[in-house]
Design a protein around this ligand. Sequence first.
Ligand code: DOR
Ligand code: ZN
Ligand code: ZN
Length: 439
Amino acid sequence: MYDLVIEDGTLISGKGRRVADICVEDGKIVYIGSRPAGPARQKISAIGRFVVPGFIDTHVHFRDPGHPAKEDWHSGSRAAVSGGVTTVCDMPNTRPPTLTRGDFAEKRALAEARSLADFGIWVGAAASNVDEARALAEGDAPLACGIKVFMGASTGPLLVDDATLVRFFEQTRALMGVHAEDERVLERYREVWAGRTPPTHHDSRPADAARAAVARLVELTRAYPRPVHVCHVSTSAEFEVLEPVRGALPITTEVSPHHLWLSTENDLGNFGKVNPPIRPEVERRAMWAALKRGLIDTVGSDHAPHTREEKALDYAQAPSGMPGVETIFPLLVGAVKQGRVGLERVVQLCAENPARIFGFTDKGHLDVGFDADILVFAEKELVRFTAAQVLSRVGWSPFVGQKVAPKPERVYAGGRLVAESGSIVDEARRGRLVTPTRS
Ligand code: DOR
Ligand code: ZN
Ligand code: ZN
């Protein structure tokens, strides 16, 4: 007997769509097709509905165990699954900064105890930990989903200088995820604006910082080939450098929804302060053009949930970052409804490509043998996103007021129904560590 059968849905993959049943047993997809499914503990009809793989957000900062107002694994993962993100990868610049095996074990235990979503964990790069990062991210059974490098200082303590970056290229081979803003360029602009408030945050960290960083990454990847995932591209300058080497070097790219939906014309004050910054409108449009032209591989939220109180500080003190894990699906599926992108492409960006790039071989596809992480939803009229829909503990979103698709009607994680139309219906599910298989 199957645990679950989802009947007659329209299944979407990057290759196209077909109507079929999905049968689930022990958290896995065990059959897809149209022969009569036979008995099941639970059967649902998905006639007239789309069925897609659970989204994988490889870029969240779930942050702060023990802080009463800040996100933690419980609140962050509730927000994630409510919005159809069934796998998250957590960045290393939170508490504790994840640099050592001990830090890794600590974060893993927190997530295992509290996360409704499956989770990967990045190890951070620092001058002190090349060997430990390699041990965590490489070998026969790597634990970390990749090595995260901050080339420019952002929120949190992690930053590597060029000499350390070179050592990581020389001495490690695992997927490297990079916050690509060049610290020396950032430093120059700090001097330019010393003691003054720039007109926009973008003026303090303009496109040349991002361009210089990706240019350096291209040089190093050419010298020491290994997979590099450039996080949150935000400027056409980065594509001027990356497009000529696309396919020739193993460099892939991520875009964040805030660089697709927000520009300096949205007057969000410190709530719009994020690194890399929200850019002028012309750059926002360039990100859509890049997405259409196939220059972007994944969408990652860069969910960095700082509180309203923190954002109320002066510009200089307010932390950079904004929540976003729960709005990827509403925004992107809303864009499908508006004709700006195809649903097949969204499945590639949010499920298939992250699974391939990170080596998550159980995830990202509706196929036999894969984890039963499944979203079911109908095409609906767009709605205005409101603060009342926010499940993240911070209680705000820079996307309030945007026209979006509703959150998915049903979200299954490992075959269990965890969320329905934006509400959590199973608080008891606990996610597991997702680790890469490197070929
Ligand atoms: O704006 C940002 N916030 N950019 C980052 O790189 C880090 C993040 C955070 O952790 O708050
Ligand atoms: Zn970053
Ligand atoms: Zn980030």
